[in-house]
Design a protein around this ligand. Structure first.
Ligand SMILES: [Zn+2]
Length: 175
């Protein structure tokens, strides 16, 4: 493993991890602008998949990104006002929501295995992607998709982790 931007989560307070996980799970990861009769309610299996991404990846991404790019030297992650959130545009999608969102029929969003991470431009997308790759190497975890997606001037990262059979697909997609 070469240069790493990933910071070992053992070096930061454990309660932060769970707190962020629960906030994100009940809010951002199932929210949708699409109104459907099914209410986009996740199953237990979907919740486990969302938890996996949240706890094993997104919180480490948040901590590493902020420590590297947002905090002043010596500033405390727990108390700093400079900490930026990782914004999830889309997490779990029920079949009805996925259809409205124009998602692929076999989308990892259908099982809660994928999130679309909001980024402010290509630079932040590349920094996020770099940290996620370092997390994969540093923790020896597999991921299924790391897709830098762009539509016009807007770009985001589609990141997916499955319980097994992860393909480590890395691509730049213009949509
Ligand atoms: Zn996506």
């Amino acid at each position: 493993m070469g240069c790493t931007s990933y910071i070992d989560p053992h070096k930061w307070p454990a309660h932060t991890q769970m707190m962020i996980a629960m906030i994100q799970l009940h809010g951002e990861l199932t929210k949708t602008k699409h109104q459907t009769a099914d209410g986009n309610i996740p199953s237990h299996v979907v919740i486990e998949n969302l938890k996996r991404i949240c706890e094993n990846w997104l919180e480490d991404l948040r901590y590493s990104y902020n420590t590297l790019y947002c905090l002043e030297p010596g500033e405390d992650y727990e108390t700093s006002k400079n900490v930026e959130p990782i914004i999830i545009n889309s997490g779990y999608r029920s079949p009805a929501v996925n259809k409205l969102a124009g998602g692929a029929a076999n989308s990892n969003h259908l099982t809660g295995c994928a999130v679309d991470i909001h980024t402010y431009g290509i630079e932040q997308a590349i920094r996020y992607a770099s940290i996620l790759l370092d997390i994969a190497d540093g923790t020896k975890q597999e991921f299924d998709e790391l897709l830098l997606e762009q539509h016009g001037n807007v770009c985001w990262l589609h990141f997916a982790v499955k319980p097994k059979d992860n393909r480590r697909r890395i691509e730049l997609l213009k949509i």
